[in-house]
Design a protein around this ligand. Sequence first.
Ligand SMILES: *[C@@H]1O[C@H](CO)[C@@H](O)[C@H](O)[C@H]1NC(C)=O
Length: 140
Amino acid sequence: MNRVVIALFIFAVIATCEGIYWDTIHVEIVNYLDPPSDVIIHCKSGDDDLGIHELPRNGTFGFHFKPAVFTGTLFDCSFVWPLHIEWFDIYVHLRDECDHCTWRIKATGPCMYQDMTKRFDLCYPWNKKKKKKKKLASLV
Ligand SMILES: *[C@@H]1O[C@H](CO)[C@@H](O)[C@H](O)[C@H]1NC(C)=O
């Protein structure tokens, strides 16, 4: 009897957590490069490849998904424009509290819109270059 109650309790807790996290997350990316340039964006998670999208200046690319509860969800994107290739984790479950996450892509890195300030003032640097990581790994 106790075991059944405990099992039901655990099930209820899990179901509640899933319910909280199952809200759909909307991500929107705006090309805000200055000087203006097209940017080629390729985003993927462990499960999804969102394909390659070319955005003109002021162009947007959006996608939405339901985050996975226990594994967490991470989408990383590459951004290519003349003489540049950069990477950024555009959605990280533990970092991002937004359910509508809007980003401006600048040469220095992406900036996220914040409800509190009503501005795109939460800016991050680009991810460290993968090549450099490999070089460092080969030195160790
Ligand atoms: C992008 O949008 C801004 C603000 O609406 C505008 O001033 C600018 O001319 C646009 N740039 C291009 C290249 O369309």
